[in-house]
Design a protein around this ligand. Structure first.
Ligand SMILES: CC(C)(COP(=O)(O)OP(=O)(O)OC[C@H]1O[C@@H](n2cnc3c(N)ncnc32)[C@H](O)[C@@H]1OP(=O)(O)O)[C@@H](O)C(=O)NCCC(=O)NCCS
Length: 173
């Protein structure tokens, strides 16, 4: 990985295909302490409503996102950007692609679980308008960590929701 995108416009988002898997696995193992195996990705992507996208720059895969279509929401299962390409709006471009898929009458929110120790992802999601809506105790099989459930909805839909700060304050207290 030698070149870096100068602007968000240079990043192209497309469907994940089988031959992207090597690059996806490299990004996955560079990004997570407990990475998914290739079989886990493939089994997940075989499910009917499970979809993969990649972010490509200069014909290199620099990020990916795996998500599941649910009746009223989009559930993000995994996403990451190659360490050499972070803070260049690649992650934002992937999330914006999902936001564009929301239909405000029906599938009207995006949700995902974030490890309590993954502060950079929490800050990234907060910046994009996600809010923490709950804490899932001992959510992970590979550690004793809790997860924050984070959701994105259209701005107006947040008015009746608990502010994210309260979720974090409850935990701290
Ligand atoms: C989280 C992740 C996908 C963000 O991707 P990215 O391409 O670097 O994000 P962007 O460049 O679009 O960031 C947009 C904004 O989010 C915020 N942000 C992103 N990363 C941040 C960090 N490490 N610390 C603080 N704020 C951050 C910033 O406000 C940033 O804007 P700025 O760069 O102008 O300040 C990337 O850090 C990553 O792959 N992390 C490891 C895997 C992971 O945690 N995945 C999420 C699992 S839930």
């Amino acid at each position: 990985m030698s070149k870096s995108p100068n602007s968000k416009q240079s990043v192209h988002i497309r469907w994940l295909i089988r031959r992207d898997m090597q690059a996806v696995m490299e990004i996955e193992s560079a990004s997570f302490e407990f990475p998914w195996t290739e079989d886990e990705f493939i089994n997940c992507l075989r499910q009917r409503d499970c979809i993969g996208m990649v972010a490509e720059y200069a014909e290199q895969v620099v990020g990916f996102m795996i998500y599941e279509l649910q009746p009223t929401s989009i559930h993000v299962l995994s996403f990451a950007v190659h360490p050499d390409f972070r803070r260049k709006s690649v992650g934002s471009s992937l999330i914006q692609k999902l936001v564009a898929k929301l239909a405000y009458q029906r599938r009207n929110r995006i949700q995902l679980e974030v490890r309590e120790t993954n502060l950079s992802a929490q800050l990234f999601l907060k910046q994009l308008g996600f809010r923490a809506t709950g804490v899932l105790r001992s959510f992970y099989e590979d550690s004793t960590e809790d997860a924050f459930l984070m959701q994105y909805r259209g701005e107006a839909a947040w008015e009746s929701q608990v502010p994210s700060e309260e979720v974090f304050r409850d935990r701290a207290g």
